[in-house]
Design a protein around this ligand. Structure first.
Ligand code: HEM
Length: 512
């Protein structure tokens, strides 16, 4: 035997022994991520753990997680995966309360989350912790007061629905067009938030803004980063090959959203030199342009870009999706649609419809419509899953032992469908469950119904979103009868938000 052949034989024997050792050490879990005694886990492949199954189920990720909770009959379990941090999932409201409130200081978004989301959220409110987060939350919270809700925000929503009526729905009804309701809702919430947050008239309801596609592509990429190792390398290769394809690379999408955000900032800087007006002197952008950061300095354009993009994620996608899933359910259940219509006709009379202050007052009284919206967010929460990082070892109320650096996750989507939490009819759409025998809305613990998050980081726009949704539902249902398009299926698309794969195609009829 030559020296080379001998060397190859030895190397092969070492490799085979090492592989056998890995198979022995990780028979059903990920490399370097063995099971732990205190936490049930989902058995997977040797060395690869759950990685392959997760990738195979990526399009139905939260339904897949729901299946595992049911299969293992547990309220907490771990995935094991090679090359990714340990991930523990829980649906137990006591654990969720502990993570979000009782031991809030121990659970941060953390550097891992921030790194994966950085292209999109930068150092904005969604990706940061500690003082940097606290300052942004305080500044932003200044716009959420009753006077703004009543005198400004309601008017904006009314104006934008009127634009949608004139430019989209009336036209679709007259020309018997098929339109994508999901897309229209994204344009409605985008234009509404741009107007109330940045005093910008985007008019994307009139013609679609190209930045929206880039924004969506970046969200899809960020979601995949949590699930697929080396996704950035794959994207980098695509970046160098994109000249031969039609598709934009991630870097190009980043430039598109950046130009959009910097454009808004430049316009405002120019405008402020020329004149002041009541709206832009008190809006969100103004508050951030005039505040000081933790170092006592005014925010840079990069900080302002992060603010704009974070609030667009917050203000556009979440509410657009909630509205899309609301009409999806109304079209599925005509008897529920009929009850909403009756309530709307009772409260939103023609004179109320043209008076934003009265509209603001009456929508607060519409119990059934609120119940429908809450039920939608129980089964179709706009943010289906959440993730944080443990700063120190910890023990959860159910005894789960968490280690420093672990990623932990709770899923509003899964929590909403668990029979142990909501009863045997958990998966059924029943708005009535939100209404007490006395006819008032039932308050459910925010650690059980986590659609708006809870604790110190509860959604800052919760009341704004509910107001916007109830107004939009009321005006659309009062004016139009939407119809599903035969043969078109609405399919869940899991991103960071709960989207619709091919949108929701509808036709429109005007109501008399
Ligand atoms: C149906 C609509 C909405 C839903 C379901 C929703 C849900 C949520 C959830 C789950 C979070 C926590 C996200 C996380 O920390 O990872 C959140 C945070 C937040 N939301 Fe909303 N949201 C909605 C609408 C809005 C709107 C319209 C705004 C407008 C300003 C908004 C502003 C925010 C902000 C600023 C945060 C960050 C809070 C913080 O970290 O301190 N949201 N929202």
């Amino acid at each position: 035997m030559s020296i080379d052949a001998g060397f190859i034989s030895i190397a092969a024997a070492v490799a085979v022994s090492f592989a056998a050792f890995l198979f022995y050490k990780y028979p059903d879990s990920g490399f370097l991520d063995p099971p732990r005694k205190s936490i049930p886990y989902k058995k997977g492949l040797p060395i690869l753990g759950n990685l392959v199954e997760i990738i195979a189920n990526i399009d139905r990720y939260y339904e897949y997680v729901c299946d595992i909770f049911e299969e293992l009959d547990t309220s907490t379990f771990r995935f094991t995966q090679p090359l990714l941090p340990s991930l523990t999932n829980t649906v137990d409201p006591k654990n969720v309360e502990y993570i979000l409130k009782t031991n809030f200081e121990n659970y941060e978004k953390g550097p891992y989350f921030n790194k994966l989301m950085y292209d999109l959220v930068g150092d904005g409110i969604f990706g940061t912790d500690g003082d940097v987060w606290r300052v942004q939350r305080k500044v932003a919270s200044r716009i959420f007061h009753v006077k703004n809700f009543r005198d400004k925000f309601t008017r904006v929503f009314l104006d934008q629905i009127n634009i949608a009526s004139e430019h989209v729905f009336d036209k679709a009804a007259e020309e018997n067009q098929v339109i994508d309701f999901h897309d229209i809702m994204f344009r409605f919430t985008m234009d509404s938030f741009a107007q109330l947050g940045f005093s910008v008239q985007l008019n994307s309801l009139i013609s679609r803004a190209d930045f929206a596609d880039s924004f969506d592509a970046l969200q899809m990429h960020a979601f995949k980063r949590f699930m697929i190792p080396f996704i950035d390398t794959i994207e980098r290769i695509k970046h160098y090959t994109h000249y031969w394809t039609e598709r934009k690379s991630i870097q190009q999408h980043v430039s598109t959203v950046n130009s959009f955000a910097y454009g808004i900032i430049q316009e405002r800087r120019k405008k402020d030199l020329l004149h002041h007006d009541e709206d832009s002197d008190s809006d969100l952008l103004y508050r951030f342009m005039t505040c000081k950061n933790v170092d006592g300095n005014l925010l840079s354009d990069t900080d302002l870009r992060d603010t704009i993009l974070n609030f667009i994620i917050a203000g556009r996608d979440t509410t657009a999706l909630a509205l899309s899933w609301t009409f999806y359910n109304l079209l599925m259940y005509p008897e529920i649609e009929e009850r909403v219509l009756q309530e709307v006709q009772q409260y939103v009379t023609d004179d109320v419809e043209s008076d934003s202050v009265r509209l603001y007052e009456v929508v607060q009284k519409m119990t059934y419509t609120h119940a429908v919206f809450y039920e939608v967010l129980r089964l179709y929460p706009s943010v289906p899953g959440e993730q944080k990082e443990a700063l120190n070892d910890d023990v959860w109320p159910d005894g789960t032992q968490i280690r420093k650096g672990d990623q932990i996750s709770w899923q509003p989507f899964v929590q909403g469908r668990i029979t142990g939490i909501w009863g045997a009819d958990a998966k059924e759409f029943k708005p009535q469950r939100w209404i007490s025998d006395e006819g008032s809305l039932i308050r459910v613990s925010p650690y059980q119904w986590t659609a708006f998050n809870a604790g110190p980081r509860v959604c800052l726009g919760q009341n704004l979103a509910i107001l916007e949704a109830i107004i939009a539902i009321s005006l659309m249902i009062k004016r139009y009868k939407f119809k599903r398009v035969e043969g078109h299926q609405v399919i869940i698309l899991n991103l960071i938000t709960l989207s619709m794969k091919d949108g929701m195609k509808i036709t429109v009829e005007k109501r008399q």
